[in-house]
Ligand binder design. Structure first.
Ligand code: GLY
Ligand code: MN
Ligand code: MN
Length: 432
């Protein structure tokens, strides 16, 4: 908190106000503290959109931004008794000063104050559909406000998601330096575990090592539940059991990223637990790597953000054809999307406060073009399930390679380049 630059958040609220029509307000909720089970909670993680506009890290808070630029916070009143149990809370008075709000009130007063604030306004902007509980409150506040102003038009409810997502899409300098750090921690961690991994270690052993590396390198939490998938489990995209042995001769696919200063990193590497790729594993690995490199090069200022997807489909299809896993012509493979037998997810996603950042890929039906300071993952994969009609020797091989890239004026910068990606570099690191 000490080094939080409050002016950044104030400027973002001003920008959000500019993006609203006159006579409108934007209302956003904090995250809730979630109960784990009796008397225990999950660690609190602030809602990313709420954090983006406030920097405020408490639950039970609501932000209002008015189109005239004023902003108001509702938060918990200070409670010394509760602070003995749950720790420091700002309270409205100190929060107003510290975080640069124009006004701040006790959250318990919101049902009275908010309808009065919005009565007679034109538009109520919010992030509709994220929480049914908050949506119900929004409807109640709007209905109450409309009843207070019978002789005026009713307030329109609008989803502000694309506006806020478009703001979050272009990272500012402060965000880029935090993302850089998050990526560096994740990269150092991957490299270190890859070097220590050996036959006899289970998925669980590796998970423990990644978690430890994240923490000792400065990240308290992963940015998502890691995937540590030995052998054929790599073909299950959302495998998170991470509790099986890894057989000698198997690859292990590790998709693990960390959170630093609220920002995510997201890295996947696939490596042989015994330190040496088999012929089939290496052939598939190189096909995926070629698609990865081609997709990265397509991420360039001015190109449609779907170009890496298209390029990866083409490159993977040619590669799968070259190694004999697909036999139709390239045109037929692409036209009938035959590659989907082996590549059944997208090339990547925006990354920032959320690992899958809450930002649009198209606006008004037009796909977005890459601009400087966007951050995206590039993560092609090939997965040969048992059901595939291919020679047995290929079955059970699953490979994904994932890096996080920053779009810059020269093309892109790989923020996670510290983890080896060439098969021979991985083998060399693992032999040390
Ligand atoms: N780790 C989730 C993803 O790669 O999208
Ligand atoms: Mn990932
Ligand atoms: Mn990803």
């Amino acid at each position: 908190m000490s080094d939080l630059n409050v002016n950044i958040f104030i400027a973002r609220r001003a920008e959000a106000a500019k993006r609203m029509e006159d006579d409108s307000i934007l209302v956003l909720s904090s995250s809730k503290l979630s109960l784990r089970n009796n008397d225990t909670t999950f660690p609190f993680r602030q809602d990313s959109n709420f954090y983006y506009l406030t920097g405020f890290q408490e639950p039970e808070s609501v932000l209002i931004v008015h189109s005239d630029g004023r902003s108001i916070l509702f938060c918990r009143e200070k409670n010394p008794e509760l602070e003995k149990w749950d720790g420091f809370m700002w309270g409205p008075k100190a929060a107003k000063e510290k975080f640069g709000f124009d006004e701040a009130y006790d959250i318990n007063q919101i049902d009275e104050i908010l309808p009065n604030l919005i009565r007679g306004h034109k538009t109520f902007n919010s992030l509709v559909g994220k929480s049914s509980e908050f949506d119900l409150k929004v409807t109640a506040w709007i209905n109450k406000a409309n009843k207070m102003e019978r002789h005026q038009g009713n307030i329109d409810l609008k989803n502000f998601s694309n506006q806020l997502g478009s703001m979050r899409l272009i990272k500012d300098d402060a965000e880029i330096s935090i993302i850089r750090k998050s990526c560096e921690i994740a990269a150092i961690s991957h490299r270190s575990v890859m070097q220590q991994a050996k036959v006899g270690m289970s998925e669980y052993d590796l998970e423990a090592m990644y978690m430890n590396e994240f923490k000792v390198n400065g990240s308290r939490e992963p940015s998502y539940t890691p995937i540590i998938a030995g052998g054929a489990r790599a073909c299950i995209l959302h495998y998170i059991d991470n509790d099986q042995d890894i057989n000698d001769g198997d690859l292990v696919l590790v998709d693990a990223g960390c959170e630093f200063g609220m920002y995510a990193s997201d890295i996947t590497r696939t490596y042989p637990i015994n330190g040496k790729f088999s012929g089939e594993q290496r052939a598939i690995y190189d096909v995926v790597l070629e698609a990865h490199d081609a997709a990265c090069h397509a991420a360039k200022v001015g190109n449609p953000c779907t170009d890496p997807q298209k390029i990866s489909e083409k490159s993977l299809s040619q590669g799968l054809k070259d190694i004999g896993l697909l036999s139709a012509s390239l045109d037929e493979i692409l036209e009938n999307k035959l590659f989907r037998e082996f590549y059944y997810h997208k090339i990547g996603h925006w990354m920032g406060l959320d690992v899958h950042d809450d930002c649009p890929y198209s606006v008004d039906g037009k796909e977005l073009l890459f601009k400087e300071n966007m951050v995206m993952t590039i993560e092609p994969g090939v997965y040969v399930n048992d059901s595939a009609e291919v020679d047995e020797r290929w079955k059970g091989i699953g490979v994904r390679i994932e890096n996080d890239i920053l779009i810059n004026s020269d093309g892109y910068e790989n923020l996670t380049a510290k983890v080896p990606v060439l098969a021979e570099d991985i083998e060399q690191l693992m032999s040390k």
